[in-house]
Write a protein that binds this ligand. Structure first.
Ligand SMILES: *Cc1c(COP(=O)(O)O)cnc(C)c1O
Length: 365
């Protein structure tokens, strides 16, 4: 099946004797004992099974695990590592996961945060106990691009696994397993859900090995699993993921061009722009450049806040990946320790009519 077909048909696992055309939601937390039956919904549920099978296929992995949030998915990888392991992660790693490493695993795991756009920084960070390299490309919120193939080679040479947070690209535009990653992570809250109404996370593995068995234990015993409702709605949303992503990327590309030419803008960050420092690498590992862009406004934080307050169709809220355009001054969301410039605005470009979005930006400027 090609991607668009897979997204629509890949999650239907129908065992009902009535043969509904679409898989129903199975709310029962427990299952009647039979030789091959499921037992209890924390361990297994038909809707979660369907979602996990679909996610594994979309990301070209052998297996997948669904979690109740992206952070729970990421933390499951850290939890599955042996205590004392060392992680190399990006200096601009998604702040929630960086906080997980620094706050939840402080004293259990070691971590070095580096700028991954320069491979030398990664090479120099390996230690004898390095077990995991974590990559996020494009990154949040500066859309930095990491050469995933090159980092995969470095990880392999040093006996470490490579995990990639693929939330921004989605499997429509980037398959990290094809590029050499061992594990792919998603915040399903974003493009998979696509309508800003489901919280979820996922891990996909290249192969089922001992480490993956531990991840399964973290899921089942840790218990941060999504509800059958959430799994059902994720499967429903993913049916339109390929077409939504095409729309997001088309709009983001045109808005990035518009902003690049605007006199009120200092700089635009979008990997589709030829002027973006990561453009050439992005073009070799992505088939589209995604729907998120950031830009710095002339006039500092106040000018950025004012611009946002004058917009009608871009909702001033955090998060991304929904059909509705969202905008925020990112530093305000990341708190006092942020490295993000104070005048930086992040946009999750939605699927409203492009002309409405462009006219809205124009009147706000
Ligand atoms: C949102 C996000 C996460 C965390 O996911 P939650 O679903 O909010 O827990 C991780 N990585 C990236 C890139 C994200 O955008």
């Amino acid at each position: 099946m090609r991607l668009e077909t897979l997204a629509i048909h890949g999650a239907n696992i129908i065992t009902d004797s009535e043969k509904p055309a679409i898989q129903p939601i199975t709310l029962s937390t427990t299952f009647i004992h039979q030789p091959d039956s499921m037992i209890y919904s924390r361990a297994n549920n038909p809707n979660r099974n369907a979602l996990e099978k679909l996610l594994a296929k979309l990301e070209k992995g052998e297996d997948a695990t669904a979690f109740s949030s992206g952070n729970a998915a990421g933390a499951a990888v850290f939890q599955a590592l042996e205590p004392g392991s060392h992680i190399i992660a990006p200096d601009d790693m998604y702040h929630g996961l960086k906080n997980a490493i620094l706050q939840l695993f402080n004293g259990v795991l070691e971590a070095t945060f580096v700028d991954m756009t320069d491979l030398k920084n990664i090479e120099n960070a390996f230690q004898a106990n390095t077990k995991l390299v974590w990559v996020e490309s494009p990154s949040n919120p500066l859309l930095k691009i990491t050469d995933i193939r090159a980092v995969a080679k470095l990880a392999k040479q040093n006996g470490a696994m490579l995990a990639c947070d693929n939330t921004f690209a989605s499997p429509v535009f980037q398959n990290p397993i094809d590029l050499g990653a061992d594990i792919v992570m998603h915040s399903s809250t974003k493009y998979f859900g696509g309508h800003s109404d489901i919280l979820g996370g996922a891990l996909i593995t290249k192969s089922v090995d001992d480490f993956w068995e531990k991840v399964r234990i973290v899921q089942r015993v840790g218990g941060a699993v999504p509800s059958p409702f959430d799994c059902y709605y994720l499967c429903r949303s993913i049916k339109t993921l390929p077409y939504r992503m095409k729309g997001h990327a088309e709009h983001a590309g045109i808005i990035a061009d518009y902003l690049s030419q605007h006199s009120g803008v200092e700089q635009v960050y979008y990997p589709g722009l030829k002027s973006h420092s990561g453009h050439d690498i992005a073009a070799t590992q992505m088939t589209g450049f995604g729907g998120i862009l950031s830009f710095q406004v002339k006039g500092g934080a106040e000018a950025a806040n004012n611009l946002i307050s004058r917009l009608h169709y871009f909702t001033n809220a955090t998060s991304l990946g929904g059909v509705e355009s969202l905008i925020e001054r990112r530093a305000a969301s990341e708190g006092p320790n942020t490295l993000t410039p104070q005048n930086l605005i992040r946009v999750s470009v939605g699927l409203e009519h492009l002309d409405d979005l462009l006219e809205d930006l124009d009147q706000a400027f």
